[in-house]
Structures are given as structure tokens and as C-alpha cells.
Design a protein around this ligand. Structure first.
Ligand code: 5GP
Length: 188
């Protein structure tokens, strides 16, 4: 039998409140608007985790822009570990050749997923490619990633909320938090 889930009660600690995330998103949007002033930008985001960040960030950028969405999944790995072997489930809808592209990510952990995506997108011939991530867990980095815009550095803990899931749940929380350890042991 599936237990009744109280999403908020499953959170042990709130790392980033809704207000703190909103302030940071506004700050990043301002910086991006200044850095790309006079240019047109293509935001590429990776489903599903980056969805809330992308939606909030794009509305803080004061430039003509278009968006595109990719979806990837990693082969193997576990619910809390990425394997680095990436499969493209949904590709870009339009060419990015000659475009200024900003890749919008939810979190960089080992960096393996992003490392693959950067090589893939560079192969499409953009005029420039920069990286924006809301969360960065540098403690677990396996490959070096040139992060141009970073929201928050967080400790080596598995976080959920604001798009990030555990077993597809918790994406709709408005904050970023750490799950109680008991939750990992329970059937989904
Ligand atoms: P990486 O390839 O950098 O190790 O992992 C990237 C992906 O793993 C992220 O896009 C995200 O889907 C997942 N991931 C890494 N760390 C976390 C975490 O703390 N919480 C959640 N929910 N997903 C994570």
C-alpha cells in the first residue's frame, strides 16, 4: 500500500526559501541583461528539474530572447546518483547555429551531464555558449565545468524542491530543502 505523502513533512531542513530564490533569480537576470545588452539571447533549459528556474529567470531578463527545451535522462545510476551516460529524450526544436546561447540548469553535481550537453551544444555551432545554474555542489565535481552564472553553492546533500525531485516527487515545493533520511528508505 502506498503511504499518504505530506511533502512538507518529508523535508528535514529548508536550505533556500522562496524569497531567497526569487531575490537571486532577479540578480542573475539583471547580470545577464547587462552582459548581453544589445544582443538577442537563446535560453536552452533541460527538463524537468530546470523548469521553475527557467520560467522565473526568463521573466527577469530584459532582452529579446527565445527559449528551447531539451530533456535528457542518464542511463543507469540511481535515484540520487547520476551515471554520466546521457540519453537525449527531447532534442532542441530549432537550430542554434550562430546564436548566443545560455544553458539554464537546475543543479551541477558531478558535472557529467552538463559536460555531455556542452559538447553536444557546441557541436551545433552557436556563436557563444554560457552556463547558468541555480545550484552548484562543487564537492562532488568529477569534470571541470565553466560556470558563468551561479545562484548558490550548496553542501554535498541531496536536495529537492523548486523543480528538483526524488522519485518524481517534490518538484512543486516552492523552496529547496533536504529530505529526511527516513524518506530514502521508503517505497515510492
Ligand atoms: P550531474 O551529472 O552533475 O552529477 O547531475 C546532474 C543531474 O543530477 C541534475 O540535473 C539532477 O537531475 C540530478 N541531481 C544532482 N544532484 C541532485 C540533488 O541534490 N537533488 C536532485 N533532486 N537531483 C540532483
Amino acid at each position: 500500500m502506498t503511504r499518504t505523502v505530506d511533502l512538507n513533512a518529508d523535508i528535514g531542513e529548508v536550505l533556500l526559501t522562496e524569497e531567497v530564490i526569487a531575490a537571486k533569480t532577479a540578480e542573475l537576470g539583471r547580470r545577464i541583461s547587462e552582459d548581453y545588452a544589445g544582443r538577442q539571447l537563446t535560453l536552452v533549459s533541460v527538463l524537468k528539474g530546470s523548469l521553475p528556474f527557467m520560467a522565473d529567470l526568463m521573466r527577469q531578463i530584459d532582452l529579446p530572447l527565445r527559449i528551447d527545451l531539451m530533456e535528457v535522462s542518464s542511463y543507469g545510476g540511481t535515484a540520487t546518483e547520476s551515471s554520466g551516460l546521457v540519453r537525449i529524450i527531447k532534442d532542441l526544436s530549432a537550430s542554434i547555429a550562430g546564436e548566443d546561447v545560455l544553458l539554464v540548469e537546475d543543479i551541477i553535481d558531478t558535472g557529467l551531464t552538463l559536460n555531455y550537453l556542452i559538447r553536444y551544444l557546441k557541436g551545433k555551432g552557436p556563436a557563444s555558449l554560457r552556463i547558468c545554474t541555480l545550484l552548484d555542489k562543487p564537492a562532488r565535481r568529477l569534470v571541470e565545468i565553466p560556470v558563468d552564472y551561479r545562484g548558490f553553492e550548496i553542501p554535498d546533500q541531496f536536495v529537492v524542491g523548486y523543480g528538483l525531485d526524488y522519485g518524481e516527487r517534490y518538484r512543486n515545493l516552492r523552496f529547496v530543502g533536504v529530505l529526511r533520511p527516513e524518506v530514502y528508505g521508503e517505497p515510492q
